[in-house]
Design a protein around this ligand. Structure first.
Ligand code: GDL
Length: 705
């Protein structure tokens, strides 16, 4: 008889199960080595984490060839790994991803799955997981016949495997809809999640990544909502530090934007961090601090008073400060950087080497086998790199912070470069107050650039080469980016001739960065939206939905209000715009070419498009613009201070218009409408159109689609 499930057993004995905490190796790309994993278990134990979920996407026998049994050599390695996990008090969960090609209704397939898991069970593993993330949702004809839905198919096989394995204490299921963004239409109305919640055996826990695949915030409310559908508290599979989706990014900021009030509402948290093993020190260390924050000490972590001066945008979590957790992590990490990890590493700093002036005296020979070169007078002094400092690591973390946020130094550098560029005319002939300010800010910018170079040099000389090699591409990349920015500012300030690196029409390959993928991205409207980072984070939750005729009154209100506010002139004196008809309700947007922005107070913006403006242009006695046959108009209520929703809305509208067959769009602005002029200019794709036949008192801007 199968033993009762863990949750039932726990309920019967009144015991609470321990909070699952640790790491999921669940990313795409090169899996970690057995040595790295073994080292991870030691760290986890030291820091009080208790779980490791083995799920490397590109490991052959985990996903693509899930049916294949392990060879004796592979088996030996897995046994060693599982034993090492046990030795360090870490629960090793073996995950398998059969979803690429399993036929759920075929008993032979299910038997194959059981056979594979039985083999791993024979290696000493007692915790398992079935993952159905990132797979095709369309069932094959045989499965369609056998199951009423994809969720029913997955749940049936998962329950069967769970029972076959004797209802292990830990058994995790990753749904295909593993975040709110994937649920149709919403979490609470998702038929898929309801089926999982109602039918998955209660001893099985469910993985969940939060509102999105890579969630910026995870709120208590969102977890309460999904728990009620799943009928159990989820285990968070946290992609906050995952970097497998962008080869130019790596994340070394603290675990953040998850209130510690979540802890009692969750079954656990597993972080799926950067592909590079060594730079995950901060990701895992800070997660450990977070997990231990409610109950005081965690494992080997030092006690820290977490209340107080947290200015890290985390609000007022009394139990956890990302900023302090980061400092704790970096302080420990520094020690690791400074320890040599391979023979032949750099010489430890020796007072003889540090001597700047050389003397004629023979140095005292202390180590006969290793003669030390001592420069003579007139020789070059020996190169001695200064050791890495905590400030260097702080800077490193700030430059490679989190997916939705740069660290403060990075933000300052971007803001300063933006300002220096925008005020470049200040460095004119005559010295003014503005010139002085420009020069002083340029100097500060230069100091920040030099700090990046210094950090790079010290990192390159750190005795621990394994960490350095994992970081190398990233720090080289940032060094080059900063070098270009520095040269540009120097050139603006007249301190150097037009830089060979910045302005030449035949640059070296490092002068144009980002490869083909970057090239594609730059060609898209609203590309990158990078300056999101320079603005304060969003203060409200916005949603963008299709326009419907009932929205006309609200849209008219915003239109009138903005017209009064932006342009200081009596209404009668304002030039007529074709777009007034769209916003005023006299003209209807083309089908599928209208969007409405809403916040908690209601409609707060709109973006409307007219694909064919021929009739409207004739009515307004306007020339037709051959390359820009369509019109867009957009407005936001002044209470919307975040630039991001507006950019997202216009980006979506332009895509809709393109889908509707438009080749190019124009917009019209009144001369004084600085706000919208700046908005369209900053998008990068709109340019001012200067053509005969366009009215003088109206600014017309256009973009090809
Ligand atoms: C995902 C994948 C994960 C990947 C991550 C970040 C889950 C459940 N699955 O969707 O393997 O590393 O995104 O790219 O997160």
């Amino acid at each position: 008889m199968p033993k009762p499930s863990a949750s039932k057993a726990a309920a019967e004995t009144g015991k609470t199960r321990r909070f699952i905490s640790g790491v999921v190796e669940g990313f795409y790309g090169r899996p970690w080595t057995m040595e790295q994993r073994t080292e991870l278990f030691q760290r986890e134990q030291k820091w009080g984490l208790n779980t490791y979920l083995y799920a490397p996407k590109d490991d052959y026998k985990h996903r693509m060839y899930w049916r294949d049994l392990y060879s004796p050599e592979e088996a030996e390695k897995l046994v060693a790994l599982i034993t090492a996990a046990k030795k360090n008090g870490v629960d090793f969960i073996y995950a398998i991803s059969p979803g690429l090609d399993i036929t759920f209704s075929n008993p032979k397939e299910v038997a194959t799955l059981k056979r594979k898991l039985d083999q791993v069970s024979g290696f000493g593993c007692s915790s398992f997981s079935l993952l159905f993330d990132d797979i095709e949702t369309e069932m094959c004809p045989a499965d369609k016949q056998a199951f009423s839905s994809f969720a029913h198919a997955q749940v049936a096989v998962t329950n069967e495997v769970f029972t076959h394995l004797g209802q292990p204490d830990t058994f995790l299921f990753c749904p295909t809809d593993y975040c709110a963004a994937f649920c149709t239409p919403t979490v609470s109305q998702s038929a898929y999640l309801h089926t999982v919640g109602e039918n998955l055996l209660p001893g099985i826990d469910v993985l969940w990544t939060g509102p999105k695949v890579v969630s910026h915030h995870i709120t208590v409310e969102s977890i309460v909502e999904v728990s009620s559908v799943l009928k159990r508290a989820p285990v968070i599979w946290d992609n906050i530090h995952a970097n497998d989706y962008d080869p130019q990014r790596i994340f070394m900021g603290p675990y953040k934007d998850r209130p510690t009030d979540l802890i009692p509402k969750l079954r656990g948290v597993l972080t799926n961090p950067n592909c590079e093993y060594y730079p995950n020190f901060v990701a895992i260390h800070t997660l450990a601090t977070w997990c231990g924050s409610k109950g005081g000490r965690v494992g080997g972590q030092r006690d820290v008073e977490m209340t107080g001066d947290d200015d890290d945008g985390a609000g007022s979590d009394p139990c956890y400060s990302p900023k302090r957790a980061l400092t704790l992590a970096l302080t420990d990490w520094l020690q690791e950087f400074l320890s040599t990890d391979q023979p032949g590493g750099p010489r430890p700093l020796n007072p003889t080497h540090l001597k700047k002036e050389s003397s004629d005296e023979e140095p005292m020979q202390t180590d006969v086998g290793d003669p030390v070169y001592v420069p003579g007078s007139g020789d070059n002094p020996l190169f001695t790199a200064e050791p890495l400092t905590l400030d260097d690591l702080q800077l490193l973390s700030e430059l490679f912070y989190l997916p939705y946020e740069h660290g403060s130094t990075a933000r300052t550098m971007l803001t300063e470069l933006d300002w220096l560029k925008a005020h470049r005319e200040a460095v004119g002939e005559a010295e003014t107050e503005m010139t002085a300010e420009w020069r002083s800010r340029a100097k500060c910018f230069d100091v920040m650039c030099v700090a990046v170079f210094t950090m790079f040099n010290r990192l390159s000389n750190a005795p621990n080469r394994s960490i350095l090699y994992d970081l190398y591409n990233y720090i080289c990349d940032i060094k080059s980016g900063v070098t270009l920015a520095r040269a540009y500012v120097k050139q603006l300030g007249g301190q150097s001739r037009p830089s060979a690196q910045v302005m030449t029409d035949d640059p070296e390959p490092w002068g144009f960065r980002g490869g083909l993928s970057g090239e594609f991205q730059r060609m898209l409207p609203c590309h990158g939206n990078r300056d999101l980072f320079r603005h304060p984070p969003m203060t409200s939750v916005y949603s963008i939905r299709p326009f419907c005729p009932e929205d006309k009154t609200e849209i008219q209100k915003i239109h009138m209000e903005m017209q009064r506010g932006e342009v200081k002139a009596p209404a009668a004196a304002l030039p007529a715009l074709i777009s007034d008809g769209l916003a005023g309700g006299q003209l209807s947007p083309s089908p599928n070419c209208g969007l409405v922005l809403e916040d908690e107070m209601g409609v707060c913006g709109y973006a409307l498009g007219l694909t064919d403006t021929t009739a409207a242009a004739l009515n307004n006695q306007r020339a037709l613009l051959a390359d820009f046959p369509s019109l867009v108009t957009m407005q936001l209520h002044p209470r919307v201070t975040d630039p991001a929703p507006a950019r997202r809305m216009i980006g979506s509208l332009l895509s809709l218009m393109k889908t509707s067959g438009s080749r190019g769009v124009f917009c019209e602005l009144r001369q004084g409408d600085r706000r919208m002029f700046d908005f369209y200019s900053k998008l990068g794709s709109f340019t001012t159109l200067k053509m005969a036949g366009l009215p003088q008192d109206v600014v017309t801007m256009g973009t090809r689609l």
